[in-house]
Design a protein around this ligand. Structure first.
Ligand code: GLN
Length: 389
């Protein structure tokens, strides 16, 4: 009898796949899994088609096309003032692969790994599969601040790695400079390596440039920065991501990557390299489009009586059910909303492990056309009117 590893035997399908599967089956509007329904990146589609026809479709170098690695360095130099070189970058098949490479490469049996939750649901299972022990600290709504005292208290001699998702999905919150400085100080004091999932770095609505934990003094050699073309360009199905670290660390992680996916489709790599060279105005226009959709969903939900939490980043807004006058938990809401109102959402407690998860927060993705958002708002308005206390 084949025996599945207990980590996988004990788990179900991710909440994102579950909700998208239900949405497909029921014909519901999908505000669950995060993806734009109209990618505002025709330049990249055209570039990929051109590369598919005109360039090599054979294995590219395992660490990625040199042209893309250079484009990633140039992009980060321009947008975030980073000074990276090609040897510090490895192209991966999506950020999730980069995260897996980091966990498999850095976590050894018995190591404790600090996670902040809500957390992308891949983190803890990957840590466990590597033999590590997730130590989860909670960020709580409505402000989702980092528990800096709790962080210090959670460190033990076995703590080796910390995973940080900033900006934070699903909250859409951003770590303050003070919080990042404190996290960096803890990493340095306790010789901890930071896996920094920064896939939302470009999707910000507060006008502030992203700052990586990697830029804090003493962190350059102990942080891995992970990015995603899926998020930067709204092309989630392409699964083009990357990691950046010191040359030594990136070289080590490249050896993990070579036995995960080895490479990523080269036409997509060419297209992303071209895309990263688009002018700043292109990125500003793309964000203005997403900002307008964000505002449309927020205003529509508020007019219907939903309490929408403030946030600064990502493709998501969160609603607080209790503050919206709804006496139901997030899971019940999401199940009823998809089955009765035809709108898929994500119950945020699905991104939590252990006790203490808030049960009143639901995430909705706003990167949809106006027509789709208006229909979703109309459906959710009727849904709340039927149920509000
Ligand atoms: N990051 C995506 C989201 O938050 C999910 C990714 C996935 O479904 N694997 O919606």
């Amino acid at each position: 009898m084949p025996i599945l590893h207990p980590v996988y035997a004990a788990m179900g399908t991710t909440v994102f796949e579950e909700m998208s599967g239900l949405a497909r089956q029921l014909g519901a509007i999908n505000l669950g899994q995060g993806f734009p329904d109209d990618p505002r990146a025709p330049e990249l589609i055209e570039a990929a088609a051109r590369a598919l026809a005109e360039r090599s479709n054979q294995y590219p170098p395992a660490a990625g096309l040199p042209e893309l690695r250079d484009a990633i360095c140039a992009f980060y130099a321009r947008r975030q003032g980073l000074d990276l070189s090609r040897e510090q970058v490895v192209v991966t098949s999506g950020a999730t692969e980069a995260i897996a490479a980091c966990v498999l490469g850095l976590v050894q049996p018995g190591d404790e790994v600090i996670l902040f939750q809500p957390a992308y649901d891949a983190y803890a299972p990957l840590v466990r599969r590597a033999g590590g022990v997730p130590v989860s600290l909670s960020l709580l709504p409505p402000l989702w601040r980092y528990p800096c005292d709790g962080l210090r208290a959670a460190i033990t001699p076995r703590t080796r790695v910390l995973m940080l998702n900033d900006p934070l999905n699903p909250a859409g919150s951003v770590a303050s400079e003070a919080e990042l400085a404190e996290i960096a100080a803890v990493c340095i004091e306790h010789d901890i390596t930071a896996i920094c999932d920064e896939v939302w770095e470009e999707v910000r609505f507060d006008g502030v440039a992203h700052r990586s934990l990697m830029t804090f003094p003493g962190m350059a050699g102990r942080a891995v920065k992970i990015g995603s073309a899926g998020k930067v360009f709204g092309l989630t199905g392409w699964k083009v991501g990357w990691l950046a670290a010191s040359a030594a660390l990136a070289g080590g992680l490249a050896r993990v990557h070579q036995f995960l996916t080895f490479t990523t489709p080269p036409p997509l790599q060419w297209a992303v390299a071209e895309g990263l060279a688009l002018p700043d105005g292109w990125f500003a226009a793309r964000n203005a489009g997403w900002a307008a959709s964000r505002q449309r969903l927020r205003v529509g939900l508020e007019a219907a009586g939903y309490a929408v939490l403030d946030n600064a980043a990502t493709w998501f807004v969160c609603i607080d059910l209790a503050a919206s006058g709804l006496d139901m938990d997030d899971r019940s809401f999401s199940e009823a909303a998809i089955r009765k109102a035809g709108v898929a959402t994500i119950p945020v407690s699905a991104l939590w492990e252990g006790a203490g998860a808030p049960r009143q927060i639901v995430r909705l993705c706003f990167t949809k056309s106006d027509v789709v958002l208006d229909e979703a708002i109309a459906r959710l308005t009727a849904f709340r009117t039927d149920r509000a206390a």
